[in-house]
Ligand binder design. Structure first.
Ligand SMILES: Nc1ncnc2c1ncn2[C@@H]1O[C@H](COP(=O)(O)OP(=O)(O)OP(=O)(O)O)[C@@H](O)[C@H]1O
Length: 493
């Protein structure tokens, strides 16, 4: 009964919370319970503390409302739901000694008693045991790995300039940075795997390397391996061809931390997924850190096995969002400082206003400006920026006007521009209109009221609602995500 109530409760939370928050904090919670008690399992302490601080009171309120005052007692625990097992943490994988799971119990009468609860004590987290392990050699430590394996030569090294010090924090990446820092500073805490996801060029690789670099700083002998998922696949194929798959397994299981970038490339590569699955389990069981990145939320990677998707959720999954204007300015100032270039604030602001897509593009634009200043022996001014980024800015100005967006969206959805400007509310018109508004907000410098005016004299709150709605739908609706991506590409290339 309490589980059914929880389902209703999360429907409300899904509507109330921005999807990023919902995905990060509520979606990973597992649940079980009976009529008197509802047990929510957080994958780790970070999630537990956050849910406890920010959401538990609201959860309790919702449960009270939904059950008309008959809400079950809510316990917040660390670990994962076990069918037929009581929520205990073992003394380590394989040791059968149960000890009470650290938990927060919230009484329905006074949810606020949480605030004065003593600090939580986290013993150790449990992970479900690995499956199908018979064919896999036992994990070995770095010093036991077989030397000279033909498959390990190509492993990339860490980029030493991707550090926490060089990473500019802003609202868009605050959570991801905090999570990465936790992993770097306290790897045994159990945020394992750390899963960072978000669009291209937003700093996921940078953060991942920052963790690796920090781990190496603390222990220069640590074996930190970074590689792109395509490299993992290539190494595996090579190992199979060379009959060296056991070396491959040993190598990847011998690391202290395994950092794999862009794991969406595992999609549809079943043998690699299988191999990665076992490696992943072995590392987690051995307490070795895994950090993964992807361009989307793990559950939304098509062609990835369910068991992998679900395992990725055991740790901490956080989004990196596109940086807002202030952060873009701060990033430019930081990059200029690193290159020992005097970049006036108004010049940084001008570039940041015009280049909005991602940090990689922003860096590219700055490099061009710096090169021009250097060759021409001039200071960086807005005039110089206009000259050196002329083609880029002209292309943008030409392409990205609200008119152009409306025309492109109308063509794409095969509706009339007049429909977009009209007051019609049918879904076939309203959704494209919202998409066009969101694109106008993202791609032009117009204010919300100006965009509202250009869409048949609508209020700025309508535009705001549209941009939020589309941002949410892009997270949960593959069609809208695809449409938006296609339109962005058409409008900006
Ligand atoms: N917040 C930031 N502060 C400083 N530099 C940043 C920040 N975010 C991104 N960068 C820089 O932007 C560039 C692109 O970042 P990165 O390679 O980490 O992106 P990504 O999200 O991994 O992209 P992709 O999905 O394409 O691999 C790097 O040079 C990185 O240093």
């Amino acid at each position: 009964m309490s589980v059914a109530l929880w389902q209703q409760c999360i429907d409300f939370l899904r509507d109330e919370l921005p999807s990023q928050q919902f995905n990060t904090w509520i979606r990973p919670l597992q649940v079980d319970g009976d009529s008197g008690e509802l047990r929510l399992y957080a994958p780790n302490r970070f999630v537990l503390d956050w849910v406890n601080d920010k959401y538990l009171n609201r959860i309790q309120e919702l449960l009270d409302d939904l059950s008309q005052g008959q809400a079950p007692l809510v316990s917040l625990l660390i670990g994962s739901r076990r069918v037929g097992a009581s929520p205990v943490t073992a003394g380590g994988p394989g040791s059968g000694a149960p000890s009470p799971a650290p938990s927060v119990t919230n009484t329905p009468v006074s949810p606020r008693t949480q605030a004065s609860a003593p600090p939580l004590r986290v013993e150790q987290e449990t992970y479900p045991p690995a499956e199908n392990k018979e064919d896999i050699p036992a994990p070995q430590r770095a010093d036991q790995a077989s030397p000279g394996s033909p498959v390990i030569k190509h492993t990339s090294y860490l980029n030493r300039s991707f550090t926490f010090e060089n990473f500019v924090e802003g609202k868009s990446n605050q959570l991801a940075r905090a999570a990465a820092w936790q992993v770097a500073d306290n790897p045994k805490h159990g945020y394992n795997p750390l899963f960072l996801y978000g669009g291209v060029g937003l700093g996921k690789t940078h953060l991942m390397h920052a963790v690796g670099n920090h781990l190496l700083k603390k222990n220069p002998a640590a074996k930190i391996v970074y590689l792109h998922s395509e490299r993992f696949v290539a190494d595996m194929v090579k190992a199979l061809q060379m009959n060296a798959i056991n070396d491959f397994k040993r190598y990847y299981r011998s690391v202290d931390a395994l950092l794999i970038d862009d794991i969406q490339f595992f999609a549809k590569k079943e043998r690699s997924q299988e191999e990665f699955f076992h490696t992943f389990n072995a590392l987690l069981e051995g307490g070795q850190q895994v950090i993964l990145t992807s361009d989307r939320y793990p559950k939304e990677i098509d062609g990835l096995e369910e068991r992998l998707k679900s395992r990725f959720g055991w740790g901490l999954t956080v989004a990196v969002e596109p940086p807002e204007l202030e952060t873009r300015v701060a990033i430019l100032m930081k990059k200029a400082e690193q290159s020992r270039i005097d970049l006036p604030h108004d010049a940084a602001f001008f570039i940041a206003q015009r280049i909005r897509s991602n940090v990689r593009e922003l860096e590219g634009a700055l490099k061009r400006v710096i090169a021009s200043a250097h060759f021409m022996g001039r200071d960086i001014t807005i005039e110089l920026i206009r000259e050196s980024l002329k083609d880029l800015l002209a292309l943008q100005d030409k392409l990205v006007s609200i008119d152009n967006i409306q025309r492109t969206v109308a063509e794409y959805y095969k509706i009339k521009i007049a429909d977009i400007l009209s007051k019609r509310r049918s879904r076939s018109v309203a959704r494209p209109r919202q998409v066009a508004m969101a694109l106008s907000k993202e791609l032009t410098n117009h204010s919300l009221p100006e965009i509202g005016d250009a869409f048949g004299g609508r209020d700025h709150t309508t535009v705001l609602h549209a941009t939020r709605k589309i941002a949410e739908l892009r997270e949960i609706d593959a069609d809208i995500r695809e449409d938006y991506k296609n339109l962005l590409r058409t409008l900006t290339t």
